[in-house]
Design a protein around this ligand. Sequence first.
Ligand SMILES: Nc1ccn([C@@H]2O[C@H](COP(=O)(O)O)[C@@H](O)[C@H]2O)c(=O)n1
Length: 589
Amino acid sequence: AQPGAPAPVAAPMRELDWGQINFLHTTDTHGWLGGHLQEAQYSADWGDYISFTEHMRRKADEKGVDLLVIDTGDRVEGNGLYDSSDPKGKYTYDIFREQSIDALCTGNHELYLADTVAREHSITVPNFKKNYIASNLDYIEPETGNQIPQAQRYTKFKTKNQGYNVVALGFIFDFDRNANNSVVQLVEDTLKEEWFQKAIREKPDLFLVIGHVGLRMKEFEQIFKVIRDENWYTPIAFFGGHAHVRDTRKFDDQAFAIASGRYFETIGWMSIDGIKKKNKGDVSAEASVSFKRRYIDNNLLGLYHHSGLNETTFPTEHGRNVTKMIAKARNALDLDYTYGCAPQDLWVNRAEYPSNTSIFTWLEKEVIPQSIVREERANQSRMAILNTGAIRFDIFAGAFTKDSTFLISPFTSKFNYIPDVPFAVASKVLQLLNSGGPVFSSSLDAKYLTIPEQFVPGFSPSERSVTEEPLVRILESESQKPLSGEQEPDLVGGYTTKDDLGEDGDDAIHSPIKFYQVPNCVESRIAFPEEGDPETVDLIFIDYVQPWIIPALKFSGGDYSNDDVEVYVDRTLTDVIEAWVKENWSENC
Ligand SMILES: Nc1ccn([C@@H]2O[C@H](COP(=O)(O)O)[C@@H](O)[C@H]2O)c(=O)n1
């Protein structure tokens, strides 16, 4: 863990079930390679994960089974360690590559900006040359304009100890907001490609499908159907992500998918037993395969527990060096530099919106009205719209650092506007954005305005749970009691996941709490007349929302196009929040 990270307290634990093939999985780490410095439950860093993996690989060798390490993308955007350097990722690409990863793919965050796409192609792909898979993603070479696969379309390999033949595929969901030096092929079309049809006829012992794909999205289902039609009994292991939740989905008795949360809070564990090795010429034969899963809270006590080691025996030399690399990078970037002192916790979805503890209420009532102004139009009534997905993380009471600004909002989106929109038209926009529906084309689903945890309708994050109190404070104030005798233990708050395999997936047994739905967008009304409505307003919006604003305006009776849009404030939300905190929370903690 990083210097200054809070120490975790032991919780009652569920063990890892080992099988013939075992997997460790990360996804949506978004640059959190230093771990969580304000939450003890997730405070282990990438160096600790490297130590853990080395121990688990040794254990696998001792047992004569296999262990594969997977990452399913969105490694960038969301943490000062990645976002605050120039160029972005100056340190994180080198830190990330220290882990030995058997299969990895691209997420949508590696594709939003042309620079990020190019860095992925020139740094991460060669760093993991043999193991990077891009089944439906191409890169446009700047020198030639040629469209080439971002990486190999699929891999074939034999596992080290059990000698299983594996065919591995690596997808990104049908993403269409990618920069124009990348091309995402629809999954449905990729499945018809000749190479794919060949891959699914390789008759391996196991198909490994990794993807930056939410488990409840259509893409994994499409892939499952096509592989299964050709291979009636071959086990298929899916590793997904994107929705930022812990989840396991059963496709059939021999095909399961796991998603391992977000922000390096979770290390996913999947194990498979009962795989039948095919002899040459064998057709697929029915087998009784069992899949197990565990969501490991990423903290040192848990990692000691699962590796059977302790503070002294756990850190490997390699792991220790990577922990030092991270600390050095954090220092070089001055990430602990304090801009101010947050007087209270402000939650993304652990508090109701609107409320005094909602981060969106704070932005809507304080930050936006006080910060989003264009001098020459300061007296013009204005409405400013922010999508809730623009906010990625909570604010904890206490020191608000340079790092905090990027944890909350890493994006480079700025503020645009359309001047002098009739109020009668502008006032209908927010409601349309929040209700979604047929106003927007299918590729413009309004759910992509909100936080990823709400992407799946009816899949309430309240089932996914976290503590009402920041974990650090709970851990400081309460000692843990063992799970024995009559006494109910005082459980640490944390994830209490329900998935297709039941309610026993999390390694640490936690007390659950409530999550709340947040709207797709929030709106501030600024410089409005004291009485009555203005005739016209400047309609301001963060630029990510623009593709939804234009159809919403059209539906409301305003015939606007992208040509009517101008820059309102040439600053990112990150810049805006930083300036506001310096001005308003300037006292020392
Ligand atoms: N410039 C951006 C980019 C993304 N968002 C929000 O993030 C969501 C995607 O998050 P994942 O980590 O799951 O990829 C997206 O749907 C937006 O809500 C944004 O606000 N601005």
